[in-house]
Design a binder for this molecule. Sequence first.
Ligand SMILES: [Fe+2]
Length: 192
Amino acid sequence: MDSEIYFKRNLLILIINCKISGFNFPLLVDHIAREAEYFMRTLTKFNQGILEPIQDAIISENVFWLRITMEHSRFIVSLLDASERNLISTARKFGDDFEILLNQARDVESMLYQKQPTSPIIGRMNKESESAAQEIRAFKKTGLDLIKSCQIRNVINPLLADHVLREADHFLYMIHVLEERLNAKQKAEQHM
Ligand SMILES: [Fe+2]
């Protein structure tokens, strides 16, 4: 895993400095390197049995996944044919919506990360991410089906389309798990 991260990070520097050329955007390579680093962090937490406080977990998962999802929207924009005006404008709108949610999550991170007690605004942030993630999940699903049946003019690798859809599912799964933890904590506090 470490060597995979090293490979992607190295590749990125080579691309940026024009030492190698190809058709992968630097931000896409940085994106997949960050995903590998995220996976590594998750494994380390599992192995060490670390469970972050719920508020910190909600903040960091949201900041991570909102950025990833914003970038997916923008990768889609840049890989669609310019004649796909409608799809481009929808994808661009998703990019802007997720950028706003991401910046809001970063604001909350600056206000509340590693602070006590758990604030009620944390639950709302998770809910807002959930509805935005459900919308883009539906868009990605339709996109994948249209790509597979050759109904879109694009240069998107079907595997990449499938990957971004599975990541939307993972984001929704994480939101759900965090929501459950938050609810359990709030219930326990009511009984105290
Ligand atoms: Fe991704």
